[in-house]
Design a protein around this ligand. Structure first.
Ligand SMILES: Cc1cc2nc3c(=O)[nH]c(=O)nc-3n(C[C@H](O)[C@H](O)[C@H](O)COP(=O)(O)O)c2cc1C
Length: 186
């Protein structure tokens, strides 16, 4: 499934320490690549998930607001990135709050070539670890730029600085606590 990806791009993404995924821009966004960071986070190996839409990680979680934000990102031609937290489940069934970052990688004519995404578990993390992750993600995006430009793909300059979203940790913890709440007494 990764055969259509330029070799340099594939090597770069597979070597990154943050969890990453790349999808084709078609309606169902089939996954073209996931790296080891993605597998470590979710418990799924590449061969189990390539070709699928990544929503399988949500299982039966509601995620209505988060999905609406993602839909807006897909629908608005001028929106290049989105960041949202949403409830996901690892392969072993453990829930976590995924801080999902997605951006459009475009051809020179403006059409979308790939959807890039990165995942981070903010449910059990500390603010400093999120800041570190944001920095690594920023480095990854910066490193991607020359590799992509060789293949005629553009990464919007505004994407290179990932907004520090430490405040989202608090929100994620609230979301997680609602998941862990004991079922109401009958
Ligand atoms: C490259 C890529 C990676 C994604 N990664 C995740 C993920 O890790 N977790 C998740 O819940 N959704 C992820 N998504 C979002 C879902 O695939 C889907 O777009 C979202 O659930 C909204 O669409 P839906 O309402 O049709 O499910 C990813 C999407 C893309 C394109």
């Amino acid at each position: 499934m990764t055969t259509h990806l330029p070799a340099d791009l594939k090597t770069f993404l597979l070597g990154s320490h943050v969890a990453l995924a790349l999808a084709a821009p078609e309606r169902e966004s089939p996954l073209l690549l996931v790296n080891n960071g993605f597998s470590a986070l979710t418990g799924y190996q590449a061969e189990e998930v390539l070709g699928q839409n990544c929503r399988f990680l949500q299982r039966d979680a509601d995620n209505r607001q988060a999905r609406a934000r993602i839909h807006a990102f897909f629908d608005r031609a001028d929106q290049n990135s989105v960041r949202t937290d949403l409830v996901n489940f690892r392969k072993d069934g453990t829930p976590f709050v995924n801080l999902l970052y997605m951006s459009k990688l475009r051809n020179r004519d403006g059409s979308v070539r790939y959807i890039f995404a990165s995942q981070f578990d903010i449910s059990r993390t500390r603010t400093d670890l999120l800041a570190e992750y944001d920095e690594q993600l920023g480095h990854t995006l910066t490193g991607l730029r020359p590799i992509l430009s060789e293949t005629g793909t553009i990464i919007d300059g505004s994407l290179l600085t990932v907004a520090n979203s430490a405040s989202m940790i608090a929100q994620a913890k609230m979301l997680l606590s609602t998941l862990n709440e004991a079922p109401p007494l009958a």
